[in-house]
Design a protein around this ligand. Sequence first.
Ligand code: 13P
Length: 244
Amino acid sequence: MRRTLVVGNWKMHGSRPANAELLAGVLAARPFLADVAVCVPFVYLNETAATLAGSEVRWGAQDVSQHAQGPHTGEISAAMLSEFGCRYAIVGHSERRAHHAESDDLVAAKAQAALSRGVTPIVCVGETLAERESGQTEAVVKRQLSAVIHTLAHCAAEMVVAYEPVWAIGTGRTASPEQAQAVHAVLRAQLQAATGRGDAMRILYGGSVKPDNAAMLFAQPDIDGGLIGGAALKAADFVAICRA
Ligand code: 13P
């Protein structure tokens, strides 16, 4: 039985007062039936950890370096994240693939770096609109996931996967539950074939998840929760999704 997981990806949003208000709203809404986490900008990890400590709400980062340490100005290592109690690190978000030229192999190396320090990578995969319209959706997400499976090898079952169609992110254009389910089923079959534990792994959907569409998406057999962008910035919306 897979427990639903709902993760807020704050992206580059927030301020100390806004974060305090948002987290207070989330904490006040406990308990949740789902597992709940927030992935915050690095500079807010310390305060987020202090605020959420002792609750069942987890926290994490939005990226991690593939390197363990060294001359990598501006980078943050998995060991640093684990010092701040991070449970999760998002890797391979499409915004990083597109704007920071992150390759499949780099994403895989980041996932491996996270796992080596006990931080669960949330590995994002997803096709662009052009790729969907030219019938390449399956090939693209399988290629992206395959790089990570290959690198993590026997540890691959430890990751969380997030299917985020690029055309649905921040656009208000959600994949239909059927479209999302179809891709999730492909990913689960791939995970099952590679690890033998695909049935126990969580595959999240991300891309314009809102309070009014979350329940339909999460009701699909292979959708185990969500990776939430815009709607994670308002406590009432995020809480509604965590309850969906
Ligand atoms: P939106 O929910 O704002 O579409 O963002 C989704 C996302 O990119 C989460 O990682």
